[in-house]
Design a protein. Sequence first.
Lengths: 254, 267, 292
Amino acid sequence: MTARERLGDVVLKAAVLVGVIAVWWFLANRSTSPYYPSPGDVLPTVWNDWLTDTAAWTDSIIPSVVRIAYGFFLAAAGSIALGMAIGRSRVLSELLEPSIHFLRAIPPPALLGVSLVVFGIGDVQKVALIAFGVAPPILLNTIDGARSVEELQLETAQAYRISRWDRIVRVIFPAAAPKVFAGLRVSISLAVILMVISELVAAPDGVGSRINGAARDFDYVDLWAGLVVLALLGIVLNALLTVVERSTLRWRQP
Amino acid sequence: MTATAPRRPLALPTSWVRGVVGVLVMFGFVELLTRAELVSADYLPPASSLVGESFGLLDDGNFWSAVGTTLWASFYGLVRAILIAVPVGLLLGLSKRAYRAAIVVVELLRPIPSVALIPLAILQFGLGTPMKAFLATYACLWPLLFNTIYGMKEMDEVGVDTARAFGLGGFRRALRVNLPAASPFIFTGVKIASSVALIVVIAAEIVAGGGGGLGVEIGSARLSGNVKLSYAYTLVTGVIGILLYIVLEALERRLFGWNRIGQADGR
Amino acid sequence: MADGAPETTELTLGLIPIADVAPVFIAIERGLFEAEGLTVTTEFAAGGAAAIPALQAGDIDFAFGGYPSTYKAIEAGIPLVITQEAVRGADLFGGFYALPDSGIEGPADLAGKTIAVNTLNNIVQMTVQIHLQEAGLSLDDVTLVEIPFPEQVGALELGNVDVISVVEPFGTIARTSLDATLVVDMFSGTLDGFPVAGWQVTAEFAEANPNTIAAFNRVLVEATDIAVNEEGALAAIVPTYTSASEELAATLNYPNMVSGLDVGALQAVPDLMLEQGLLSDAMSSADHVIGN
């Protein structure tokens, strides 16, 4: 992108953002319901009671981000490794896929109880629940991606006597990478969602725990502010992933 | 040519056998863990006892109405999400400018969990099917949208150029070239979204309640201290997940047979 | 004025599938609603945070729920009206339990312990605070962990928490499966007979439907009377709408099911909430019941 295009892009996005807030303002001001506070109340709360409040960082945002990070990396590492294996092995795929589809159909809130029993009430339980919930899109996309590798490329690689490890790293992974990243992109937002679910029970801190409390106490200004914070958190995590994706996919090009 | 065929799980009887073996191994593993009673059987009953409990449900009219309620809300939510996300995804895949403008809104809305929206959804739609379907639609939009956009990006540039050379206009080109080319990706999105829909609906039923559904039954069983029954219902949701997957795989093979060379089933 | 025909005859009730709402199901089974010209459907709402928005949406007409949520919603600007009481504390309906060998035997032993409560800032936490106070302690001396009732017995056995605070049937389950020690009976001492939960509608509904509410109340008075006085009525009805076994339904400790409205008794709830900082201003219970 040229500097001019980049500027145009920023202006466009800013305009859309202002438009969204304007629509929200208009809708909220038409309603007197305490459930729909105006952005005039919510946005200052986001700034004063979340973003510039040290306690909000130490008691809510940081604990949640740490849980997301552990859960997401655990799930990504495990799912990419397993997905590559399943995608390249017919036997493994046939053995494991039905079980995977069984497990991924179980809604995480149904597992809150069993996760408490197995993992206790600490951070391990929350990380486990996040990892369990975000793994399926990465796993399924990696399987699809690993399958889609052109046989011709593999045969060429074999003909050149490239080692098995190099084949995986230099041929299969680059070919599968776009799909893997599609999965990671779905999962990074899913991780935010699962963080909120995991903090529905036994959470002394975290963004999800605070939002849950706000709903329970009918503090809808703080609830909406929390939703804005979740949106911001999602944007930041997505931006980080985009940086990783760009550098990885660039490396894929010869 | 079968060497170039993509692996099609569950396409052949042997794959069924292997799938069943896989499930049995996993089941045996869980059975051993639960039998070892690292945790009291009161909270983690042996897997085999849950299977018995689940079969007991099949006689129960209440159970079937719960399945029906949940599936209907999931289906309704999913279809609505497809009707919204696929056209929007095509548009965003075609126009860079539209994509850049919309992506701000998408990235803002996407990380907001449907669970956190439950109180607001109840306020708008009550506790019944419309509320669950709304949340399912909301959650399904994103995988569908992104798979559609990815599909448009990954598509064959030659096909687009050819179509352009033959003078197909923007809209017809989108319909005749882009949509078919992106459709395998879109279908992957549908597969992902279908389980998302099911998960979100059951989650909403657990967290909010409602007139019926598998999640309501899970919640109600827990409230009565009936751990076994609540896990039996959870097991059932997993089984429904597998069935859904088998149906969608079969549908995918039927729909995109043309896209696969040397299909094992000779299509 | 409230003796005429019901304005609304088709009613949806939002409730929690627990023993407390047995009178509703007794009334349905025995045709008491029909006798008043009412047709009733029930929907389950998982707690006040779900039931109150559903009331506002008009999806349910009457909600069964705990009073602290009601008063907090009213303070937040959501106009609700209590139509009738339903549940008050009774012996062993709720209790704090510890493992038998833990050495925790009374409220004085709670200092430094981790206590599970179903939700923070709600009725159970209020009772915890009261019992701590009476033992010369405060909430600062304990750690509260939010764990839903159904998971608390497991958390206790696994040692995740030292003490659980549960209502029935989980007290009975804790006693029979773990031989758990009763640390304090939740609704004892100053909390004896404390108002727990009742029926509520939106102010708008109350205004438009005085006859419907009167008819609904008459039905519940009769059904509550059956629930309390007819031998075996509760044990028979509870397994029909919950997943509790007949055996459990026959042994658990039921709450004190009540009907009618005692504004003076209800006032104890906002007063205690104010004292404990759950409400920021004094509230008169009389302002938020039908007829006002």
